[in-house]
Ligand binder design. Structure first.
Ligand SMILES: Nc1ncnc2c1ncn2[C@@H]1O[C@H](COP(=O)(O)OP(=O)(O)OP(=O)(O)O)[C@@H](O)[C@H]1O
Ligand SMILES: [Mg+2]
Length: 469
């Protein structure tokens, strides 16, 4: 059978950067074709060339199928409603006017298809990123295209949502749709892939079958095996550096008490909506709270005051890097220095950029970096500021397996120097593997605490528990 799309020898430059170098790709009907590669390997660029967003310098693309693409960066309009976003650019019309009745009829069906329980009239800016991602997916599904390309849709999804998406993908495949799927989660690849094309530095370095081992995938993409995926080096804990006591924000979280000592990594696990991000934001002063205290190194912080928090030695790597972590039009160097403006230190700047292996030049605008490399800049900015206590909220979303280990080593280095880390993460192996203790939150409260060596089942048992008032 002929492929739906055949790309041969695709080459693409951005100035002096060769993002793609002679890549071949077939998209077949009834097949999930995974694109795997390190941050900056060229995956999103290939998608954009296939979609006609970028031109290419050499090579050919032949196709006879319509294309729907879910891009890595969300393309929703925050000020518009869920329904309006679902039908953006293709609003149903009647007699030349937007057919609102038709929209109201179709929106709930689409939302149900992706298992999203939100009001179609709600503004998109009021939704979490996982929900926004599901809206993008629903919108793409509505196009009933012959080829569906998904660029890291699961990076912001929870396990349940990921399961649902993989189910939908399998259904589409059975109905003859050709799918291209990009993810850094190797377990997802093993669950759904029919074929895996591995990119390294813009080149295709191998095509594997559905039974490929994770080791084989890693070796091809990183160019070396990874010995230890969670290389936590524990320290003897010192004095308490972060003390959150009875922190309460009515209707959001209640009586949260968490202590992190010098040299420690404390994890916060829990389901989406458990209140983890909200506690992190309140502690750092981005949001206010009703009562309780936050103290850094024995010094209580004023409420709702980020500047004071930073001055006291607190840092936060937020989960939404685009919205809160980066100035996209500024350069990598400028972003890295955002917290430390007063003491410019070129040497440390290059040191951090090198340790994180940020693929991109220091003088390049951040928006030209690949998604995973943008995430590394957010982390690098805070490592450079060297706070006493660093709160990391989903730090490795969209980061490749090799770069994750680099980030973990930098966490180890911080705690070896007597700093403290609070690690909020939905990635269970990560939060268990890198934390010395794990606090589990459920429904805005602390459901329990587990010591080193806890299992995923133990964490989940606490996370899903109903807490009586
Ligand atoms: N608009 C652009 N201008 C300049 N360089 C770019 C642009 N878009 C991408 N690049 C460069 O092309 C290379 C490939 O980037 P791409 O976004 O395709 O990587 P990726 O494989 O999708 O990585 P990730 O896993 O981090 O999403 C990178 O070096 C990136 O900096
Ligand atoms: Mg990408």
């Amino acid at each position: 059978m002929n492929p739906l799309i055949t790309a041969r020898g695709i080459t693409k430059h951005f100035g002096a950067t060769k993002a793609l170098d002679g890549v071949d790709l077939d998209i077949n009907a009834g097949e999930v074709h995974v694109l795997l590669g390190e941050n900056g390997a060229g995956k999103s660029t290939l998608v954009k060339v296939l979609a006609g967003i970028h031109g290419h310098d050499a090579g050919t693309i032949e196709g006879h199928a319509s294309l729907a693409v879910i891009h890595q960066e969300l393309a929703l309009v925050p000020e518009l409603s869920v329904a309006e976003n679902l039908f953006l650019n293709r609003l149903p019309r009647r007699y030349g006017f937007v057919d609102r009745a038709e929209m109201r009829r179709r929106a709930p069906k689409l939302l149900e298809r992706v298992g999203l329980n939100v009001d179609p009239n709600a503004k998109v800016r009021d939704l979490g990123i996982a929900q926004q991602q599901m809206i993008e997916i629903a919108r793409a599904l509505d196009k009933n295209a012959g080829v569906l390309i998904l660029d890291e849709p699961t990076a912001v999804l929870t396990e349940t949502e990921t399961d649902r998406l993989l189910e939908i993908m399998a259904q589409l495949r059975d109905n003859g749709v050709g799918l291209v799927f990009i993810t850094h989660h190797l377990d997802e690849i093993q669950r759904i892939a029919d074929r895996i094309t591995i990119l390294r530095d813009g080149r295709s370095v191998g095509v594997l079958g559905p039974r490929a081992t994770t080791q084989h995938m890693i070796e091809l993409m990183v160019g070396r095996p990874i010995e230890e995926q969670y290389p936590r080096a524990q320290q003897r804990p010192g004095q308490p550096l972060l003390r959150i006591e009875n922190l309460t924000k009515r209707g959001v979280f209640e009586n949260i008490s968490i202590e992190v000592h010098a040299g420690e990594v404390v994890g916060i696990a829990g389901l989406v909506g458990a209140g983890r991000t909200e506690v992190a934001r309140a502690a750092f002063g981005v949001d206010g709270y009703d009562h309780g205290t936050v103290a850094v190194d024995g010094k209580p912080l004023p409420r709702h005051n980020v500047q004071a928090a930073i001055k006291a030695g607190l840092g936060l790597v937020p989960e939404d890097r685009k919205g809160q972590g980066l100035v996209l039009t500024a350069t990598v160097g400028q972003n890295l220095e955002l917290v430390t403006l007063d003491d410019r230190d070129e040497e440390r700047l290059h040191d951090i950029a090198g340790k994180l292996r940020i693929k991109g030049r220091v003088e390049q605008p951040v928006k030209e970096l690949s998604g995973g490399n943008q995430q590394k800049v957010v982390i690098g900015k805070w490592l450079l500021a060297d706070p006493k206590v660093l709160i990391l909220d989903e730090p490795t979303r969209g980061v490749d397996v090799g770069a994750k280990v680099e980030i973990y080593e930098l966490i180890n280095r911080m705690t070896a120097q007597g700093r403290a880390v609070l690690l909020v993460s939905s990635d269970l192996p990560e939060v268990i593997g890198m934390s010395d203790r794990v606090v589990v939150m459920a429904h805005g409260r602390v459901a329990g605490e587990l010591s080193k060596g806890a299992t995923q089942d133990q964490v989940m048992a606490l996370a899903v528990q109903e807490i009586s008032a």
